[in-house]
Design a protein. Structure first.
Length: 354
């Protein structure tokens, strides 16, 4: 029987012991399997159903040369062919379905798909933590400690790191959205100058602290903008593909809103300086203004302003969203902007103006 012999570190934590080692990817995908909760009737079944889109994403990541520094966590279940340590090496029997996946099932399936597309990836070394003969309760304890207690990193930090990460790691639409967010935050004439909250940047102390507490997290800006700027997204569909064009269109829209609010724009009750307000404004821009401006051949402030009935006595405030959260608050802002949308007859222009 084929075996894999690898260096090993024996780790004891609390009442359990596991082996830290590595294994070639081709062997990993052979020995491991996912035992799904409420679907497979066996000890250790704690997994969820697989997400095909996530598998495809990991496959692409693997094919582009992505790294896997985190361990795949397995529960060895084969009594007839146990794991052994000989001469300081971990001896792993290579057989089908002898190790349940506790954590990393999508990584395993993504790697499996990548190997089918590029067999040489079967040599990829993947770090693995091997437990042995764990009960369902023990598997559940480990699974929950990873997926609940060990929280994912803040999305704002993820999007911020896209600015310095390698191309094969990042989401291109998120990179473009982050570039626009940076310009919104840094351009002197931007309505959001210094109002996009970056990760790990402290809020200034002093008399302006209350106003400075207003602003929008980078994660909100990027998430809201992605449907506009992704491949075959809203902007691309109307021929607004360049960064400068996209930024100008958005700056013009927010300039109209800032002019509407006048000196109250920086007030913390301005709904557009909140996550729901920003996301709602972008939703309105995406669903109503883009097609209107495209049909009129102009994303200029005058075009946008002419299409809006913005009563200076009827601002949209954060207080109007009391009792609403998440998508309900976002939709409320978008709908309030739609109520103020009074589109004019198309001029039939053929060249876009900004």
């Amino acid at each position: 029987m084929k075996t894999s012999k690898q260096s090993v570190v024996v780790v004891s934590q609390n009442a359990r012991t596991f082996f830290l080692s590595m294994i070639p990817a081709r062997d990993l995908v052979q020995i491991s399997y996912a035992s799904v909760r409420n679907k497979h009737d066996e000890e250790g079944a704690v997994q969820r159903l697989l997400n095909p889109r996530r598998i495809d994403s990991i496959k692409d990541f693997t094919l582009k040369g992505g790294d896997y520094p985190n361990c795949i966590i397995l529960n060895w279940v084969d009594d007839k062919h146990p794991l052994q340590i000989k001469s300081g090496k971990l001896v792993v029997p290579i057989k089908d379905r002898v190790a349940q996946i506790i954590d990393g099932q999508h990584r395993v399936e993504g790697i499996r798909a990548a190997i089918k597309a590029k067999p040489a990836l079967g040599r990829l070394e993947v770090p693995v933590a091997f437990y042995q003969h764990l009960s369902t309760q023990e598997c559940a304890d480990i699974f929950l400690s990873i997926n609940t207690e060990q929280k994912p990193v803040q999305r704002s930090l993820v999007f911020d790191l896209y600015n310095v990460a390698s191309a094969h790691v990042v989401d291109p639409a998120a990179v473009r959205a982050r570039d626009i967010a940076t310009r919104l935050n840094e351009q002197e004439d931007s309505p959001f100058k210094d109002l996009v909250r970056l990760p790990n940047v402290e809020v200034p102390k002093g008399p302006k602290k209350d106003n400075k507490s207003a602003g929008v997290d980078l994660s909100t800006v990027v998430t809201s903008l992605k449907p506009l700027v992704e491949e075959k997204g809203v902007f691309e569909q109307v021929g607004v593909a360049e960064l400068e064009m996209q930024t100008s269109a958005l700056l013009n829209f927010f300039e109209v809103l800032r002019d509407w609010y006048g000196g109250l724009w920086s007030d913390k009750d301005n709904v557009f300086l909140s996550s729901a307000g920003f996301a709602g404004a972008i939703d309105f821009f995406k669903t109503k203004l883009v097609s209107y401006c495209n049909s009129n051949g102009s994303f200029e402030t005058s075009t946008i302003k002419d299409a809006m009935d913005l009563d200076p006595q009827a601002f949209i405030l954060r207080s109007h969203l009391k009792g609403l959260q998440g998508r309900h608050a976002l939709r409320a802002v978008s709908e309030m902007l739609v109520e103020r949308f009074t589109p004019q007859v198309s001029k039939g222009a053929t060249k876009l103006k900004f």
